[in-house]
Ligand binder design. Structure first.
Ligand code: THG
Length: 262
């Protein structure tokens, strides 16, 4: 399971404030802590408030790379913001994200190709947020075939079924789980899958419990990656235990510690 640390997102108050104050310490601490906790990649999102989003992305990428050596997932709906990040990254980045919309695919696939970056494809299109597993698979097929046509390495493509908060869209959680399974039928070898895990519990009580329960269920469906909070120890322990039970690594009495030292 690829863990993409979610914490460097201007949606969080501490990060939003650090961007405004240009406070490197806050960002670098979060980068280091997520690395130690088991993040493989760091998501970087300037958040909704940043007035100069391009400048904020540039500052975040440089600030993070001074502290840690991890690859970054550049998370923005704006092409220029992602491009500004791509120009600065030292490691192969992940573009977060395109959708199945024609104008998005036409811009972001060439960008991924130009920079040799991975690509997250949100399975939503002209009609907006998908209704059910079938619509998700339809949008997924559009994204996969556009990448194939462009000659993009499908090994770097992550399909995202889009998780909605369970407190307002309860039936969607099961649709997402089924979609994760269906996406894997779209190509051989199967495309990878990713979710923005914390979305599922937004506005709910028991966030951590909901997050880790859903994560384990998604892992059983074959999920490849999660944008999630690695600082949530119970979440990480559940993730590692699920991998053990799915026979992805060998059991030993100290398997939790052994995994973290990998
Ligand atoms: N798919 C993809 N990318 C994504 C998402 C996705 N990027 C953003 C998001 N969804 C994943 N990241 C987060 C980060 C934070 C929260 C949820 C998802 C979150 N934040 C607190 C909240 O809203 O309650 C912030 C409150 C605070 O300040 O503490 O829950 O789905 N590809």
């Amino acid at each position: 399971m690829l863990v993409i640390g979610e914490r460097i997102n201007g949606m969080f108050k501490d990060v939003g404030k650090a961007i405004v104050d240009q406070d490197k310490q806050v960002i670098q601490d979060l980068a280091k802590k997520q690395l130690v906790a088991g993040a493989d990649v760091l998501d970087v999102n300037v958040g909704p408030a940043a007035a100069d989003a391009v400048g904020a992305m540039q500052w975040l990428v440089e600030t993070i790379q001074e502290a840690v050596d991890l690859p970054l997932a550049l998370d923005s709906t704006k092409f220029e913001v992602i491009e500004a990040g791509l120009k600065l990254v030292k490691k192969k980045a992940i573009i977060n994200s395109t959708s199945a919309k024609k104008e998005k695919l036409e811009k972001l696939i060439p960008l991924a190709k130009q920079y040799g970056a991975g690509l997250i494809g949100l399975t939503m299109g002209e009609t907006g947020i998908p209704r059910d597993r079938h619509q998700r698979s339809e949008f997924a097929a559009v994204i996969v075939s556009a990448c194939m046509e462009a000659g993009i390495d499908l090994g770097g493509l992550y399909l995202d079924p889009i998780i909605l908060p369970v407190n307002v869209a309860q039936p969607q959680a099961l649709e997402v789980l089924e979609a994760i399974r269906e996406f894997q039928l779209l190509s051989d070898p199967p495309p990878k899958t990713v979710v923005g895990l914390s979305n599922v519990s937004q506005g709910a009580e028991q966030r951590s419990l909901i997050n880790r329960t859903f994560l384990v269920m998604a892992q059983a469906m074959g999920l490849s990656a999660a944008i999630a909070d690695p600082l949530d120890k119970e979440l990480m322990d559940a993730l590692i235990t699920a991998e053990l039970l799915l026979n992805k690594h060998i059991y030993c009495a100290s398997y939790l510690d052994a995994y973290k030292k990998k």
